[in-house]
Ligand binder design. Sequence first.
Ligand code: FAD
Length: 529
Amino acid sequence: MANSYDAILIGGGHNALTCAAYLAKAGQRVVVLERRHLVGGATVTEEIHPGFKYSACSYVVSLLRPWIVRDLDLPKHGYQVIPLEETFTPFPDGRYLLRDADAERTRRSIAQFSKRDAEVYPMFGRAMSELGRQVKPIIDQAPPDPTSFDPREIFKLAGLGRRIGGQGETWTSAHIKMLTMSAVDFLSEWFESEQLIAPMAVSGIIGTFLGLRSPGTAYVLLHHYMGEIDGSFREWGLAVGGTGSVANAIASSARSFGAEIRTEAGVDRVLMQGDRAVGVVLENGEELRASRVISGVDPHRTFLGLVGEHHLEDGLATQLKRFKMRGSSGKVNLALDALPEFTCLPGHGRHLYGDITLAPGIDALERAYDDAKYGAFSRRPFLDIVIPSLNDPTVAPPGKHVMSIFVQYAPYKLANGPQDWENQREAFGDAVIDELARYAPNIKDVILHRHVLTPWDLEKTYGLTEGNIFHGELSLEQLAFLRPVPGWSRYRTPVRGLWMCASGSHPGGGIMGAPGALCAQAVLKQGAR
Ligand SMILES: Cc1cc2nc3c(=O)[nH]c(=O)nc-3n(C[C@H](O)[C@H](O)[C@H](O)COP(=O)(O)OP(=O)(O)OC[C@H]3O[C@@H](n4cnc5c(N)ncnc54)[C@H](O)[C@@H]3O)c2cc1C
């Protein structure tokens, strides 16, 4: 039958593409259905202003699992990452912190704020790498499920406990601290200078509706330390051609194995036969059938939207509604006529080539969070900036530049409701540029084009419920065997024939590919129920 498949994947994000590639490689007949005109989801490059290629949403790469890169032969399909080696943090008092691959230069830079911190810093890096290495196996496998009575699960859990506990008391307590502490408290056990703690702690709040001092943010910090590029642990980098080239490489690999990928093919609903998912109905009314339907969209959208509450067993809809989406981030992409000049470090040196973090202090960032708690965007937001065109000239015309600004906080629910973002989008964009202009006053004169994405836009354009960048917060109660709901963390769902393969499943968000690949493994191992 022409419209019948082994698997239908809903959504063309990088996870669904990864899942499709693995299934097609195993000989299955699969189709990916993406509602937009291009694949990638939040991993996308878009030429919104002629000649300037924005990594519209995600902008740096590190978490993509190396075994997926190898299995899918991604370099052959155009996947290439340039490591980012510098982190530059300017401060309001005219000083700056520069951390880069040169250990001695980094030591001197930190020492201007604290000699003790400068000595401790390399040890901290080694400890985080070790912590990351110890927990890394968790992100490369389906989570053991303690809610199951299956002895194999208990055995796996015990193995995991042994792996972490077996490293000794110091490491065990470090893991417990990571799981329970705030990013600031965790870092304060190591460091004393705010100028180091604040820019380091911000990794703990990315994508969360939490503050630097909120318990649980230390884990998000660790999540951002788990990546690697070419075997180099903890590195972050820029995908050549923008992050869309990562999704395009996975799509190309999937096609090479025979997967069919359709764009402008929005799914209206999952087709149910009794209690079983048997296919999908597209927005244009077309019906496609398959042995399995695999959702690459977030849990809310999948179950409450595409399946419908009336098909869910008792209590599931309530559990899903409790699964916190709560978008807190926005994005501003700029086309620039010239580079920014930072008052504290004029010129166009290496400090512009890496990550530029505007994190002036712990209290300042907590105040930024306060705004969000009461339904407003931060008047003085945290900004994480990269200028990809400095490392990758393919993304801007000669002599011009692209700037990517990740912004927090931008709560989905404004005091007057999320739709109020339609009125506040430009004011939000202005607040971001004003904040940057405090450090780089020429920025306003060199902007050729500004693209502002609020959580409302992330929902409307990119299909992210409440604009949550990770398909659900990476808070402890939503991780591992609890993601997205207890008992259903292994990519199968309570709806027969329906599977989940995207960031709302273990191990969560980021350009990782792991949920997609692990879902494919589960499908191939267990088959349809
Ligand atoms: C602003 C922002 C910045 C980020 N920065 C980074 C970063 O720098 N590094 C990093 O690692 N991660 C980052 N992330 C997170 C990362 O991009 C996401 O976690 C990841 O891309 C999600 O991939 P996915 O495949 O799980 O889902 P998605 O990318 O969300 O893909 C889901 C797809 O489903 C489609 N879809 C939705 N509904 C339907 C439907 N009814 N029918 C058909 N298709 C549908 C959507 O259009 C979309 O293409 C960022 C995210 C955002 C939003």
